[in-house]
Design a protein. Structure first.
Length: 122
């Protein structure tokens, strides 16, 4: 059995500027999964950098309020919202609230550094 606590996962600055804690990745533990799972946070008044992945991604908002941008679309998000991000779409998320924006990121197939492109402009 594998049980991971968020507090046991090292926090680091992701390429898009979010603070990330990787919970599950098939390359880092003997797991029979295709996806990776991470916990991300964005401080109040900040946004992630526009970026795109070669893989499909899902965000599940667990705390705070924000605005999700995917290509030319923008939608408000709050706890309980699930966002599907297609492969190759330009994406970023703005924290529009007064508290930390927290969300889970599921990437399938699993996130790989060479599959992510951080863009200078949206």
């Amino acid at each position: 059995m594998l049980v991971r606590s968020l507090s046991d996962c090292q926090e680091f600055n992701a390429g898009d500027g979010s603070l990330l804690r990787e919970l599950l990745h098939p390359d880092k533990a003997p797991l029979e999964i295709r996806y990776s799972l991470a916990h991300a946070t964005v401080p109040p008044g900040q946004a992630t950098k526009p970026h795109r992945l070669g893989s499909a991604e899902v965000y599940y908002i667990i705390q705070g309020f924000g605005e999700m941008a995917i290509d030319n679309e923008r939608e408000p998000v709050e706890p309980g919202c699930t966002v599907y991000i297609p492969p190759g779409a330009t994406q970023w998320i703005d924290n529009t609230g007064d508290h930390e924006l927290g969300f889970l990121c599921i990437v399938d197939p699993a996130w790989q550094p060479q599959d992510e492109e951080v863009l200078a402009n949206g």
